[in-house]
Write a protein that binds this ligand. Sequence first.
Ligand SMILES: [Zn+2]
Length: 428
Amino acid sequence: MRATATFLAIVAVLATVACSTNPVTGKSQLDLLGEFQEMALGAQLYPAYIQDSLGAIADEALQGLVARTGEAVARVGHRPTLPYAFAAVNEPAVNAFALPGGKICITRGLLARLESEDGLAAVLGHEVGHVTARHAVAAYSRRVLATALLLGGAAVMEAKDVQGRELITLGAVVGAQLGLAHYSREQERQSDRLGLEYSVAAGYSPLGLVETHRVLLELQKSQPGLLARLFASHPMSSERLAAAEAAAEALPADVRGREKRVESYIRVVQPLRAVRPAWDLAHEGRVLLAQGKKREGAELLGRAVQQAPEEGVIRTLHAVALQQLQRPQTARSEAMEGARRAPGVFLSRLVAGSLWVSEDARASLEQLEAAEQILPGVAQVSYLRGRANETLGRRDAAVAAYREALARDPQGEVGQAAVARLKAMGEA
Ligand SMILES: [Zn+2]
């Protein structure tokens, strides 16, 4: 993510087609990524995917539970020595996904709906199954070039010049998210089997997988909009629920009879459950914004803020909606509130840095520095630093920042906007 050069290196590696052994099947498999490249690619993409999912949830107890549960199922799997990582992210839609090399995310929307640690173990075991069976590698080998282009270019976030002022409309906000692997039905079935095997071996109840499928099927009836992304990458069916029930039924009585860990789980996810209605509204609002329904989207986001004023990321999404409605003053104060309450979230820092760039360049620079720390290498951050430095009359710093923006996004809109500024300053 840091530089295009890294991606060119990955692309060069991809040009050498490697043959490797699949850890689950033991069969030799022709794919484009060797294990070392797989781990390097996953590690490199992970921070961007976490931030594209609205950042990690600032809750140590919750992150601890997710990491412990994930490690427990991964260590009894077919690739126990991979450098796994598990993150709970702010995305309100229901989803979980694995990047190559064992980097896994589970969303707030799913965590708030599961009912036990055993359900969590089943979900994480399923994702670990995609990793051990190297499904993601096959999928990402096909997709990696597109993803590399996405990250290197302006597609993560799109800069637009509206009425002579740079307004950042965020692809990440309005749903143009980073690509995820798409799995076949057979791969889904295999991951369900592996997830069950791993979670049972780690001491969990086999009913965790049954619980997960039941929760998802019920949600499909009541709030299908929350599942759109999950279904895009994970084909679902009531057949998988039936398969989970049959597989649990086939296990020995002492395994079947294991108690699910319900109370300890509920205690940890209680804060998420308390704000779930607000996040559901925020999700709907974001979908409306993506459809160009600015007023309706802003209204739902405003209601979400009223319900959960302490949720910084929702404040940030509200700020974006207000800015789109041409209400810059309220948008600015909401953006600052978002950054104050969600200091570790790239989007919150970027939106604050963007909306304050003409108003208070020093405050803007502070936010942009924080954004750069959280997710280095994003062209928009460099470009906005250029704007802020120009406002402050720091010509050399502005030129350097625009050159950096161009280096980070040589083909895209942000790079072109940087070239325009450099020309205006007589530097290009
Ligand atoms: Zn899956």
